[in-house]
Write a protein that binds this ligand. Structure first.
Ligand SMILES: Cc1cc2nc3c(=O)[nH]c(=O)nc-3n(C[C@H](O)[C@H](O)[C@H](O)COP(=O)(O)O)c2cc1C
Length: 196
């Protein structure tokens, strides 16, 4: 069984166009044999930023090598997945802070990455991560796009060799109907599901 972890950061939930794209990808994946899907909806999780006591607790637990503490459950879940799918809208040239909170919580030394005298190395099992997103403007190949590019860099940090992004761009520009743009991205996503 291929364990797929789906991280849903589609803040607008049922209103979200990003979620429409993600659902079409996931239903294509579900129609294949041998995939076991685990979903994590970030809007339903008690994610907190690393600050004050929460930060201090983390430092203490890591110093004591207590990586089995429940607060590291997101990091363990992430590091054990065979494939990862993330869905989040394009916000403020990147992605919502909620997804950054998740990233902050899963970057745990000794679980998702390690460090030695040569620097850091990834410890995640996943062979690939797919990022699904929709954008108001058209940011394909734009140097101002910081969401997908940041996640791609993180994949390198986590030791995940392949990163793909499927984006529906220009949804708020009014140049083309939203449905047309979204359908194009859905076709691309379904094609990726075929070889995921
Ligand atoms: C808080 C917020 C910030 C946004 N920031 C950007 C932005 O920086 N650039 C852009 O092109 N669109 C931006 N948008 C528009 C969204 O990227 C676009 O509407 C997207 O399709 C929303 O996805 P959703 O339908 O899944 O919520 C923003 C929207 C919101 C609500």
């Amino acid at each position: 069984m291929v364990k797929v972890l789906y991280i849903d950061c589609c803040i607008r939930r049922e209103e979200s166009r990003t979620r429409v794209l993600a659902e079409r990808f996931l239903s294509a994946l579900r129609s294949k044999e041998g995939y076991q899907l685990e979903q994590l909806c970030l809007m339903d999780e008690p994610l907190a930023p690393l600050s004050e006591g929460f930060f201090a607790q983390r430092e203490r637990l890591l110093a004591e090598d207590k990586r089995d503490h429940p607060r590291f459950r997101y990091a363990h879940q992430f590091s054990q997945a065979d494939r990862v799918v993330m869905a989040a809208p394009f916000w403020d040239l990147g992605f919502p802070a909620l997804l950054k909170l998740y990233v902050e919580n899963i970057c745990v030394d000794g679980v998702t990455f390690g460090a030695d005298e040569n620097g850091t190395f990834g410890l995640c099992k996943a062979s690939r991560l797919l990022f699904l997103t929709t954008r108001g403007g058209d940011y394909r190949d734009s140097p101002f796009e910081m969401g997908a590019r940041y996640l791609e860099a993180l994949c390198d940090f986590w030791g995940i060799p392949r990163f793909d992004v499927v984006s529906a761009d220009g949804l708020d520009l009014g140049k083309e109907p939203v449905r047309t743009i979204l359908d194009r991205a859905i076709v691309e996503a379904i094609r990726l599901a075929d070889e995921f």
